[in-house]
Design a protein around this ligand. Sequence first.
Ligand SMILES: [Zn+2]
Length: 390
Amino acid sequence: MTKKMYYDSAYLSQWETNIVETLEKEDGYYVILEETAFYPHGGGQPCDVGFIQGIPVLDVVSEADVVLHKLERMPDDSKVSCEIDWNRRFDHMQQHSGQHLLSAVCVDLYGMNTLSFHLGTDYCTIDVEASELSTSQLESIEREVNRQIYQNREILSYWVTETEVKSLNLVKQPKVTENIRIVEIKGIEYNACGGTHVSSTGEIGMIKLLKMEKQKGNIRIYFKSGYRALEEFNDSQRILGTLSAKFKTGKDEIIQRIEKWEQEQKQLQAELAILKEQNNEYVAEQLLNNQEGSLIAYRFEDKTLKDLQSLATKITAHRDDVMVLLATTAENKVVLARSNHSGHSCGAFFKEHLGKFNGKGGGSEVLAQAGFPTWEDAFAFYEFSSQNLK
Ligand SMILES: [Zn+2]
């Protein structure tokens, strides 16, 4: 049986002990220590990492009453010095204690029980039993949970018997019937929990609720505690700072500037559409004037597929005996159109020959379009078509 020192103090991060057993499993090397402060996965909290005799600890799992430490390699000696990654542990303590307090406030304000807790590498979530939660309710929860942090309430842990536990008003009845560990936030709640917590709510620092969403008929609340909340603030500041610089304005004016910019964009797009239309008219006339035989073929460098289609349709509308073959280098696209009384079916012609040129596409009797992986392919198809359709 491993002595689990994280139950006595969550703040012990360095100690010396003996290896009592080593195991070589299929997936790596494991050691069992006489006493450990390495917290294994459990109760929604990820495991600790760190070093045993300078060797990285990759994973920590609990099996029956022993704690297994997965190591990069076996230590040479059985007497070892151990050290947990304190930043990671303290982060877990802040998130986990934050969850206790947040869950307690959800019950207190709106009678919503917590169904599950997830402590991820980026953010944490709790799922609370509720079908609806308004933004103002979420704001009230955030304000209250932070008020409780600033009350700096003591957080205690101790062991009780099954009989003693009945006298406590527990958040949730424990699964175990003996060695029940209680985590108490003074004046707030009693919770049966085996995780690591800070010793007073003040150490949580702050809790920022990020968003909520519906999850299987309940509500999922995303949050960050402590340093994570500070980092979140820094990230937002950085993004706001960049936007401020780009729009050359203070952060309070940014939204207004974006709305104005959207208006301008709309206007520009409308003006551009008119100009394109006029330009297409002009280009169509030019192409009609230079027509040789019944086929008009032309390559553009900068036009979109939509431009080609619009242009081709314009030209075929002017004459009733013409075919139009257009290509664009910008998108590796080719378009074929014909007026009503011209012979070929555009769609059928594309369908028959596209495959040889790696093209994909198709169309109707009077208009077809195709895309190609490279301009070489598109150009080869364009050349082939202009030879064959003349
Ligand atoms: Zn806990």
